[in-house]
Every structure is written in C-alpha cells, then in structure tokens.
Design a protein around this ligand. Sequence first.
Ligand SMILES: Cc1cc2nc3c(=O)[nH]c(=O)nc-3n(C[C@H](O)[C@H](O)[C@H](O)COP(=O)(O)OP(=O)(O)OC[C@H]3O[C@@H](n4cnc5c(N)ncnc54)[C@H](O)[C@@H]3O)c2cc1C
Length: 466
Amino acid sequence: MSVIQALRGTLGEDRVLTGDDMAAWSTDWTGRYRWTPLCVVRPGSTEEVCAVMRIAHAAAVPVVPVSGHTGLAGGTHGDGAVMLSLERLNAIEEIRPEARVAVVGAGVVLSALHEAAEAQGLSFPMTFGARGSARIGGLLATNAGGSNVLRYGNTRDLVLGLEAVTAEGRVLDLMTALHKNNAGYDLRHLLIGSEGTLAVITRAVLKLVRQPRAHATAMVAARSVSEALVLLNRLQDVSGGAVEAFEYMPAAYMDTYLALHPEARAPFDSPQAVNILLELGVTAPRDSTPGEDGLVPVTGSLQETLAELMEQGLVLDAVVARSETQRAEMWARREAAAEVSLSRLGALVNDVAVPLDAVEAFLTEAGARCRALDPDVQEMVVAHLGDGNVHYALWPSGAAEGGALVEAVEEVVRALGGTFSAEHGIGLHKKASMARHRDPVALEAMRAVKTALDPKGILNPGKVLP
Ligand SMILES: Cc1cc2nc3c(=O)[nH]c(=O)nc-3n(C[C@H](O)[C@H](O)[C@H](O)COP(=O)(O)OP(=O)(O)OC[C@H]3O[C@@H](n4cnc5c(N)ncnc54)[C@H](O)[C@@H]3O)c2cc1C
C-alpha cells in the first residue's frame, strides 16, 4: 500500500490532499520558496498525528509540520514530503483565570487566543504583524519574538507545558502548568525553537497576564538610536517597567512605507531620522482611570516625561495617541515591516540581535562594511529596539555577491557579541550562517539530539542543521 493510501485509510479521503488541492501548502507567506509536497494531511487530534507519524516513520517518508505558513526562514519547504497541517487542532481547551494559563491546541491562531483571553480580562502578551494567521504550534516551533519581548520575553518565556508527537508516533506529554519543575532535563525548552525537526507540537499550556487597563502610545523623534535608548530607560524608571514596545523606524523605512501606502500619513510634520513607536501598558486603576479632565494618568505621565526630555533636547518631536484610531495608525506603520523589507526583489534579510548599547555601533559599522562592497546598496532597517533585535534588510545593486554582504553584516554582529538569528529561526534561509558562526561542539550536540529523537531523519529534513 502506498503512503497516501495508508494515510487515507487512517484519516479519511478528505483529510489527505494531493494535486491542485495542495496549492496553499506549496509555498509560504514570502512566496520566495516553492515546492511540490507528496501530500497534505490534516489530522484532527493528537491520536491522528501519532497515526500519521507511524505511517511516515515505517515508510521513512519526510514530514514537514506546518501551522500558519507565515515563517520567514523557509522552514516549511517540503519537496516530496507529507505536509502535516496542524490547523484542525484549533481548540482553546480552557482558560484558567486563577492560574492565569490557557490550554490550547497547536493550531489555534494567535489572534483567536488574544480574543479568548481578553474576554476574561487577560492577555497572551505575544504579538506581531502576522497574528491573524500564525498559529501556536508555529510560534513555539520558531520561539517567535515580536513587539512585546521587552516586557514579557519570547514565546519560550510564555510556555509552561506542551505536548508533542515524536518521529516514531509516540506522545511526549509535558503538559504541566507549573512555574517550577526541576525534574530532569527540560525537554520543553529543547522542543521550543526546534522548527519541526525534533517533534510535532500538538498542544501547549501558555502563561497569561492581566490585560492592561490602559495603554499610552506615542511616536517620538530622536537624534540618534543611542539617545532613544536614554528615553527608553527614563520611561522604564518613571513607569516602573511598564514599557511594552519600543520600535525603531529610520527615515528610509518611513519613506518606503509611505510610498507603498499612499493613503497613510507621515508621523511628523517634517521627516525625522529616528522614528520611535513606543507603548506603555498599565493594569493598576490609579494609572488607568481617567481623571476629571478625561486624561488617563499613564498618558499624562508619558506626556510629562516627553516634555522634560524635549526641554533637554533628547526628544526632537513627539505625538501621543489620543484615540484607538491614532494608536492603530501608529502600529500600522510598524507592522508593515515584513512587507516593506521584502518589497524589493532580491532583498537580503538579516534578522540579527546585538546588546542594546551596541545597536548604534552595529548600524554604523554594518552600513560602512556593506557600502564598501556595494556603494549603491540600500539599507532597509526596522528594529525591535527595546530588545536589540534589528531587521537589517539590504537591497543590493548587484555590485557585490549577496552572500558577501550577508557575511559582512554577520561579522559585525559577531564582533559586537550578537547573533545572526534573533527571532525568525534558521529554516533553510540561515543554514550557511549556522555553519559559519555556531560553535562546532554545539552543532555536534544538536546533531546528536536530532539523531536520538528522529533516528531516520524524517522530521523536517534539511532544516536548521548545516
Ligand atoms: C507580517 C509578518 C510579521 C512577522 N513578525 C514577526 C515578529 O515580529 N516576530 C517573529 O518572531 N516572527 C515574525 N514573523 C514570522 C512568523 O510569523 C513567525 O515565525 C511565526 O511564529 C510562524 O508561525 P506559523 O504558524 O506561521 O508557522 P509556520 O510558518 O507554519 O512554520 C514555521 C516553522 O515551524 C514549524 N512548525 C510549525 N508548526 C509546528 C508544530 N506544530 N510542531 C512542530 N513544528 C512546527 C514548521 O515546520 C516551520 O519550520 C512575521 C511574519 C510575517 C508574515
């Protein structure tokens, strides 16, 4: 019996797609990668995922787990593979307000979890532009970051437990809701960020926090990235660490965004070199209940701090959002980042991180190194500045090899104590960088782990490990 026949016999005819029905699973959001899967399977339970894996394992056929298809590293490329879609494992099983946890299937869309948590006055504080499509399994598999890492950490920091299915089709049950658990190796953290190469994540227990009662959001113009960091630290001090997002968009990014979106408005009357989108979130009634003048205290306090810093010359201009519409307008500029960076054919995307106090040096040195190789190269930068993660895209003119430009950027990153892969993962895209920059002993340990968990090498083969 063929693998497809065996899968149909187990899941049912309509849960195994072939031919033209596989179109949506034959490319990803970027459109940069295209492939022809063997088939697409859509199991509806952990047991069915186990059955799929047992069939694939027996036949030694590759399996590529796929959630929302928004990954930016080519991680779901699957020529000749069984594409294992998690989309039907989309139950929000329970939200436990007292424990502040959500128990969810891997196929839950991030924005659906946001809505379910908010209905209970809670929040799953991971967010980014693809939240309407990205699913929990994909978030865990890539250890996604996003705009609120500054305050709440990466996906890794928000996961208490998970369930996964091994390459051989057995259930690995790590579904605890514990904040402390030192019972041996923490396999949860091994699977988070493993990009589908070690196991298929099927369920998770996620941390929730109190939903902020109020936000204060502003666009601020600064003279330099270093001066913007002075502003960040001042805001953290006066707000008791309430800054949730601190995002950097330089002039070239803003110009490109406005060209792509003629309906959009510029943030300031005159163009600025350093545009910062910042947001504070507060839960205490004393910070969030509007006064007699209608002003929310956290907004008032933000305005005061910005005014002081303007007097000191550290802030050049500032606009504080006065409505949800204004707040959404500010976020729309930032959340177009993937669209803006990839709007030029041949864009080279570097998702790097350096210590916060090295971001300015990184931008200066990487720019100089790249222009020495390709004088007409354009930089398209946008950054989660609050956590040191710079999306450093290059639009080359063709004067230098793309690989040479990427290597130059990575050398600068390395010299500054940074990483070539901050939040998007490795997939296919960054394998050469893994070979260049990861410690050989670490790579050897990773290969040993891969062989132990997936002896036939069927789970997302050819990804992550060079
Ligand atoms: C507009 C836009 C904005 C973005 N912004 C951010 C951002 O700010 N921060 C950020 O970190 N990322 C961002 N991304 C990238 C992307 O959204 C994240 O990587 C996200 O976590 C991927 O989720 P997904 O469900 O789409 O996963 P997919 O793309 O389907 O899969 C990604 C990887 O995970 C594996 N995988 C998927 N599901 C499972 C599973 N259940 N078990 C095991 N492996 C699995 C796949 O094999 C693949 O290797 C953005 C993408 C877009 C398009």
